[in-house]
Design a protein around this ligand. Structure first.
Ligand SMILES: *[C@@H]1O[C@H](CO)[C@@H](O)[C@H](O)[C@H]1NC(C)=O
Ligand SMILES: [Zn+2]
Length: 406
């Protein structure tokens, strides 16, 4: 099979967006793409959903006016190799370390059009001993501009807000992931397959081009990490027997979900890949259930009430193929056969790569809604049960899994 893959860079203007494209040829997809296929995601009950949508408060981490919020800490100019960039990286690392996540800081240097630069991807894994993982990712660098005032660019949607959403998700799911790890260790968890899957957050460095977006001036961090993981062979592990003898770090990724350009009102998200159309549909289903339940209504905002909210997801046309065309951090993984869900507003927010992509570009009810969608979606993906923290006996859980997961 020889599939052509069309790409325009995420960083061309809209006019050129349609016309400037580059054709790459994809290497043969690895076995992995077909190894982890479509599976059934159990739906949370409405009680479980209401626990998740209220606890913890889905706004506190995303309120840019609150200087203590995750978003406020990240929403500063943070181009690579600056003190602010180090501050943001350390903030992400310390937040996740405090939740007892395993942190790997993947440091490297690369040559850019403005000289050699040092980059650091942050990889946070809840359970590094798990044999498989789902990756949720975004880039934490902001675009470099050489002169004032442009060097004050803070990239609110690009991608401060997605990074803050990831930290919120880590905080929300952390107790659920821990309680499941404990049950797994105690032998109480019998759904082996899923219980052995962990959540990994990747904060990519150097996504932005220093000058003009090209194959070598963009996605420095993603290119480095995909290459490194594709040549890192993992230790044999009895649970990994199905993975073959030469399994790499890359082959243990079930899906890579990439968030970008989110936080502005009424985004439109497309399904780019046939392989993950089912996963896209699962996210649409989460949105629909939340919207119909009234969970999106916030403050006096009427536009998100049941019956009046509009979906963030474009209906899938029959034409979806495995052709992506927005260049972004997923590309080096896609080209190595990793299954991708790319959640990016397209058209891009109108403030894209301007100084207006700041606090004013962000819409609180929209960010809150993204938080709710991600919380429920990842819980269903990972088969986590939010009621677990209140009351749960192992036998009760077994009955539930037998009926719902059979
Ligand atoms: C670093 O961030 C602060 C806000 O915390 C900002 O005022 C300052 O201009 C930034 N420094 C640089 C060099 O961008
Ligand atoms: Zn950008």
């Amino acid at each position: 099979m020889n599939t052509a893959w069309l790409s325009t860079s995420k960083c061309h203007s809209f006019h050129s967006f349609l016309f400037l494209f580059v054709v790459f040829s994809l290497p043969l997809p690895s076995l992995q793409a077909s190894f982890f296929g479509k599976r059934t995601l159990p739906s949370l009950t409405s009680k479980e959903i209401s626990i998740l949508t209220t606890t913890p408060d889905p706004l506190k981490n995303l309120d840019p006016h609150n200087p203590a919020s995750h978003l406020a800490k990240i929403l500063i100019p943070r181009a690579p190799e600056t003190d602010n960039h180090t501050f943001v990286r350390n903030y992400i690392v310390s937040t996740l370390k405090a939740l007892n996540w395993h942190i790997d800081e993947d440091q490297f240097t690369d040559v850019t059009p403005i000289g050699q630069k040092r980059f650091t991807n942050v990889v946070a894994t809840k359970d590094p001993s798990a044999s498989r993982r789902v990756v949720l990712s975004a880039h934490f660098d902001s675009k470099y501009f050489p002169t004032y005032p442009h060097n004050q660019f803070v990239g609110a949607t690009d991608s401060a807000a997605p990074c803050a959403m990831m930290l919120d998700l880590a905080e929300t799911l952390n107790p659920l992931l821990e309680s499941r790890m404990k049950q797994f260790q105690d032998g109480l968890e019998d759904d082996d397959d899923i219980a052995d899957m962990t959540l990994q957050l990747v904060f990519f460095d150097g996504e932005e081009a220093f000058v003009d977006w090209t194959d070598t001036d963009s996605i420095y961090g993603a290119r480095h990490l995909a290459e490194k993981w594709s040549t890192t062979y993992i230790q044999p592990h009895n649970k990994r027997r199905l993975m073959g003898l030469h399994a790499t770090e890359l082959s243990t990724i079930e899906h890579l979900i990439l968030l970008d350009l989110l936080g502005a009102p009424q985004p439109l998200i497309r399904s780019y890949y046939l392989d993950t159309a089912w996963l896209f549909d699962a996210m649409v289903s989460v949105e629909r259930r939340l919207g119909d339940s009234g969970a999106f209504t916030y403050d006096k905002e009427k536009g998100m009430a049941p019956g009046s909210w509009r979906s963030y997801f474009r209906p899938r046309t029959g034409k979806t193929s495995n052709y992506g065309y927005v260049g972004d951090d997923h590309v080096p993984f896609l080209r190595r056969g990793v299954s991708i869900l790319h959640i990016i507003a397209e058209p891009f927010p109108h403030v894209w790569h301007t100084l207006q992509d700041d606090i004013h570009a962000l819409d609180l009810p929209t960010m809150r809604r993204w938080n709710l969608i991600l919380r429920v979606f990842m819980c269903e993906y990972l088969h986590l049960r939010p009621g677990d923290l209140e009351s749960r006996s192992p036998s009760k859980h077994r009955e539930r899994s037998d009926s719902e997961l059979a």
